[in-house]
Each structure stands twice: as structure tokens, then as C-alpha cells.
Design a protein. Structure first.
Length: 271
């Protein structure tokens, strides 16, 4: 059976790839973007199957209105994908209050407002799937993107609680955790803090590593089969890592955490 999607950040990257893939297989999509002219070509191709909605996810009232508009237009919402977000580059000492709040307003609160808007509608229909686009940076943390990591860790935290709260209503949740892909995440859409000279050597090293990885990074279209497998599963995963690199990093990070906890078990139990 065809599904009805609500996808934020559909103008480029993962959001655009998944919007196109859903439309190509006969699904309906409410696709949001801050500039809906980026969706004009898709509207011309797919007609009434696509509902473009202008949206800045940091506006809570607009988030609720957009979800209601999509539900009223299509009659139901089967899959809600919180994809809108951006990367903030800056060492923790460099990040300003305004920059930190802006990062959380988009990456965390935007997803929270859309999720809150969707829950009553999905609860009423007795089904639905909320998909949060996190990152391998929601599992592990890396120099220069600490405030981005923090926003994704927060997203993962509320989603784990959410899964336990809404599962009894027939609502499923999945955290998608991509590794590095050839999107605009570290390009024009990224924000960068004013650099502090003390970190320049580390900044240059991180930039070199990212540049090297970018030459071999897969594109967002390479994720569609994996994402749709999770969406269509009767029992979808609570978490889905995308890419072998992401899988290897997660395995290594958790092995290190378990070792540390085990090494300090006696101290932990004595407290």
C-alpha cells in the first residue's frame, strides 16, 4: 500500500532524495523547505502527489500548522521524517550563545515541534512512523562539531523516551544515524564560529580528514534502499546506522564505553 509522508528539509540532500524516491514508487509527500521554489521541478513532475509547504522549522506555530495542512490535504500521515538541520563548526570554546541556541532551535526543537504536532494525528489513526534524522554524531562526538553533536544526542534522548511513550498507540519510531555522505552538510549550509588561534592546528587536521573523506563519500541517493527497508518493515529498527563507516565507529565507541564501565565497575558499585 502507498504511504503518505511528511518530510522536512526536502530541498536538498537526504530530504530531496527520499522525497523523489517516495514519489517514484507512488507514495504521496508533503515536502517542506524554507524556499519552496527548490521543489518546483518535482511539483511539475509529480503533480498532486506532492504538497510543497514553505516552512522554517524553528517556528513552532508554523510547524503545527504545516503538519495540520498536510494531514488535511492527504487525509492521513503515515511517515513523518524530521530531516531539517545543519552542521555548526566550532570548538566548544568558540561557540557563542546565539550560535548554540540557533543550532538547537533547528536540530532539536524543530524536530520536537513537528513530532508533537504529529503524535495526536497518528494516535487517532492508530498508526504512524516518526523518523528522526540523527547522525553518527548522535552516537559519537568529534572535535569542531561539539555543539552539533550535543543537538543530535538530545534528539536521540527524547526519541528513546518517545518510543516507549507512543508504542502502545501503534506509533513506531526510528533514529537514522548516517555517516559521511556527499551532501551540503559541511558546505554552504554549514555555520562556522569565529576561529580561535589556539585551535588552528587541530582545525586544519580535521579539515584535511574531512576533505579526504569527501572524495570517496557516497551520495544521498545511496541511502534510499536502506531507509525504505526500515520504513516498510513490520518491526522497524529503533536505530539504523547508514554506511559501513558509521557502523564501525559506533561499534568502536560502544566497545570503549563498555570497557571503561567494566574497568570501573567496582568503584561504581561502591558508590
Amino acid at each position: 500500500m502507498s504511504k503518505t509522508w511528511f518530510i522536512t528539509g526536502a530541498s536538498r540532500g537526504f530530504g530531496r532524495s527520499w522525497t523523489i524516491a517516495a514519489l517514484q514508487r507512488g507514495d504521496k509527500v508533503a515536502a517542506t523547505a524554507r524556499d519552496t521554489s527548490t521543489l518546483k521541478d518535482l511539483a511539475e513532475t509529480y503533480g498532486d502527489a506532492l504538497l510543497p509547504i514553505q516552512l522554517d522549522v524553528t517556528d513552532r506555530d508554523a510547524d503545527f500548522a504545516a503538519v495540520q495542512q498536510a494531514h488535511a490535504h492527504f487525509g492521513r500521515l503515515d511517515v513523518v521524517v524530521n530531516n531539517a538541520g545543519y552542521g555548526h563548526f566550532g570548538f566548544i570554546e568558540e561557540v557563542t550563545e546565539a550560535e548554540a541556541r540557533a543550532q538547537f532551535d533547528t536540530n532539536l526543537f524543530g524536530a520536537l515541534w513537528i513530532t508533537q504536532a504529529a503524535i495526536p494525528l497518528m494516535r487517532e489513526q492508530g498508526s504512524g512512523h516518526i523518523v528522526q534524522i540523527s547522525s553518527i554524531g548522535g552516537v559519537a562526538a568529534f572535535p569542531t562539531v561539539g555543539i552539533y553533536n550535543a543537538s543530535k544526542w538530545a534528539l536521540e534522548g527524547f526519541t528513546e523516551a518517545l518510543a516507549q511513550e507512543v508504542g502502545g498507540f501503534g506509533i513506531k519510531t526510528t533514529l537514522i544515524e548516517p555517516g559521511g555522505y556527499a551532501t551540503d552538510w559541511s558546505g554552504a549550509s554549514a555555520v562556522r564560529s569565529e576561529p580561535h588561534p589556539a585551535y588552528q592546528a587541530m582545525r586544519d587536521a580535521q579539515a584535511s580528514r574531512r576533505a579526504a573523506m569527501a572524495t570517496t563519500a557516497p551520495g544521498p541517493d545511496d541511502t534510499t534502499a536502506a531507509v525504505f527497508a526500515a520504513i516498510d518493515a513490520e518491526n522497524p529498527p529503533k536505530r539504523l546506522l547508514l554506511s559501513g563507516t558509521a557502523f564501525d565507529i559506533a561499534q568502536s565507541v560502544y566497545a570503549d564505553r563498555v570497557k571503561t564501565w567494566s574497568d570501573w565497575e567496582e568503584t561504581s558499585r561502591s558508590a
